[in-house]
Design a protein around this ligand. Structure first.
Ligand code: CS2
Ligand code: MG
Length: 402
C-alpha cells in the first residue's frame, strides 16, 4: 500500500487550519491535523517542502517506521513545528490503517475502555453574574464538567473571556494585540469567583480553571491553596513549565490538582512531571505531540504514575484532531477529561465528521478509520488569513505570558 499523493490544505472557515491528506495506490485516503495557532504556515511549509517529497512511494502501513523516519531523519529533533508536522502524517496513516482494517481506530488501540468521553466546556464572562449564567447554560447542555474563566476588575481583557460564548478564538489580529495583565488583581479576585460558583452549583459539578502560564510557582501555590475550599478538578498551566522542577514548589503548597501540557510537543517535555507525580493530568494532544503514536506513549507513561489524560481541545485544534483524540480517549485506561470547545458550522462543514455530543460525553465515529474528512472544494473557498495570538504586558509595560 504505497503513498501516491500528499496534499497540504490551508483553509480559514472562521479561523486557520492546516490539514494533510494522504492518498494510497489502492485509493485509500487519510487526514491529519497540522494546525499550530499563529504559526500555521511554518507547519504547512515544513510538510510541503521537507516531508511530502520523502513520503511519496513509502509504504503507508509502516506507521512506526515512518514516525521514526521523520523524527530521527530530521536531525533537528522535537519542537512544536516539527512535532505537529509529524503528528499530521502519523494521524493520516492511522486513518488509512483503520480504513484498510475496516475498523474505527479505537479498535486498533485495544478497543473501548469506556462508553463515552467525558468533556468539559468553557463558561466565561466579564462579571461573576455572567459566569454563573454561563455555567448554568453548560449544565443545561448536559456538561458534567465546566471550565470557569472570569474577567478581572480593573483589566480591560483577560485570557479566556470573550464576547462569543460558544466559539472562543484568541488569534484575533495579524500582529499580536497587546493586553494589560495584573497578577495582584487576578489573585485577589479569582477565589471569590469560585466561591460563588460552588455556592450556586453545589459540590458535584466538576470545575476547572486555566491559569494559562501567567503565575510564578509561589503565586500558583498561593492560588491553588486559596481554591482548595472549592475542590477544583484541576488548575491548568499554573506556571510556565519549561523548568519542570517548578511544579515541586506548587506541590509543596497545595492539593489543588494540576493539569499541564497543551503546548508540549513530546514526552521529554513532561517526563519529569509525570515520573515525579508533579501533575495530575497531562494535556498533550494528538496534533501537537507527535500524533496518535507518540501521544499513546505519553499516556502509557502517565498511567504508570497515576497521571490521567486531559487533552487540549480548543477551536484551533480541528475536527480532524478531535476525531483522532476521541479514539485514544475512549481506549486508554487512564483517561481523565477531554476539552471540547465547539467549532463553528462553517468549520464543521469543511470537516465532515462522525463524532457527536450526548449527555456530557463525546462519542467517536464508528466508521473505519478516524471518521472525519476534509471537503477540499469547500476548504478552497476560505483562503488563509494572517492571525496571531495576543501578548500580555504588566501595568509597567513588562512583557508577560499571555
Ligand atoms: C487554552 C487555549 O483551551 C485552552 O485550554 O489554553 O484556548 C489556548 O489559549 C489556545 O489553544 C491557543 O491557541
Ligand atoms: Mg489551556
Amino acid at each position: 500500500m504505497k503513498i501516491v499523493d500528499a496534499r497540504v490544505i490551508v483553509t480559514c472557515p472562521g479561523r486557520n487550519f492546516v490539514t494533510l491528506k494522504l492518498v494510497t495506490d489502492d485509493g485509500l485516503t487519510g487526514v491529519g491535523d497540522a494546525t499550530l495557532n499563529g504559526r500555521e504556515l511554518a507547519v504547512a511549509s515544513y510538510l510541503r517542502d521537507h516531508v511530502v517529497p520523502a513520503l511519496i512511494g513509502r509504504d503507508a502501513s509502516r506507521i512506526e517506521d515512518t514516525w521514526n523516519y521523520l523524527y530521527k531523519g530530521a536531525y533537528w529533533r522535537r519542537g512544536p513545528v516539527t512535532m505537529t508536522a509529524i503528528a499530521a502524517v502519523d494521524t493520516a496513516l492511522w486513518d488509512i490503517k483503520g480504513k484498510a482494517a475496516g475498523m474505527p481506530v479505537y479498535q486498533l488501540l485495544g478497543g473501548r475502555s469506556r462508553e463515552g468521553v467525558t468533556v468539559y466546556g468553557h463558561a466565561n464572562a466579564e462579571t461573576v453574574e455572567g459566569v454563573l449564567a454561563e455555567v448554568a447554560r453548560y449544565v443545561d447542555l448536559g456538561y458534567k464538567a465546566v471550565r470557569v474563566q472570569a474577567g478581572v476588575p480593573g483589566l480591560a481583557t483577560t485570557y479566556g473571556v470573550s464576547g462569543d460564548k460558544m466559539f472562543y478564538e484568541p488569534a484575533d489580529a495579524a500582529v499580536p494585540t497587546e493586553a494589560v495583565w495584573s497578577t495582584e488583581r487576578y489573585l485577589a479576585h479569582t477565589p471569590g469567583v469560585f466561591a460563588q460558583v460552588r455556592d450556586e452549583f453545589g459540590p458535584n459539578l466538576r470545575l476547572l480553571h486555566d491559569v494559562h502560564h501567567r503565575l510564578t510557582p509561589i503565586e500558583a501555590g498561593r492560588l491553588g491553596k486559596s481554591l482548595e475550599p472549592y475542590a477544583l478538578t484541576w488548575m491548568e498551566d499554573p506556571t510556565p513549565a519549561e523548568l519542570q522542577d517548578s511544579l515541586r514548589l506548587i506541590r509543596q503548597h497545595t492539593t489543588t490538582p494540576i493539569a499541564i501540557g497543551e503546548i508540549f510537543s513530546g514526552i521529554w517535555d513532561c517526563q519529569q512531571l509525570i515520573t515525579e507525580q508533579l501533575i495530575d493530568y497531562i494535556r498533550a494532544t494528538v496534533v501537537h505531540a507527535g500524533g496518535i503514536t507518540h501521544l499513546r506513549r505519553i499516556f502509557d507513561l502517565a498511567a504508570l504514575y497515576q497521571v490521567r489524560s486531559g487533552s487540549h481541545g480548543a477551536t484551533d485544534l480541528s475536527p480532524v484532531c478531535m476525531s483522532a483524540a476521541l479514539h485514544l480517549d475512549v481506549a486508554i485506561p487512564n483517561f481523565g477529561l477531554q476539552e471540547y470547545m465547539r467549532h463553528t458550522a462553517e468549520t464543521d462543514a469543511v470537516f465532515p465528521h462522525g463524532y457527536h455530543f450526548a449527555d456530557g460525553y463525546l462519542h467517536p465515529s464508528e466508521e473505519p478509520g478516524l471518521g472525519v474528512d476534509i471537503d477540499e472544494d469547500l476548504a478552497a473557498a476560505f483562503p488563509y488569513r494572517p492571525a496571531a495570538l495576543p501578548v500580555n504586558r504588566l501595568e509597567d509595560g513588562t512583557l508577560h505570558s499571555w
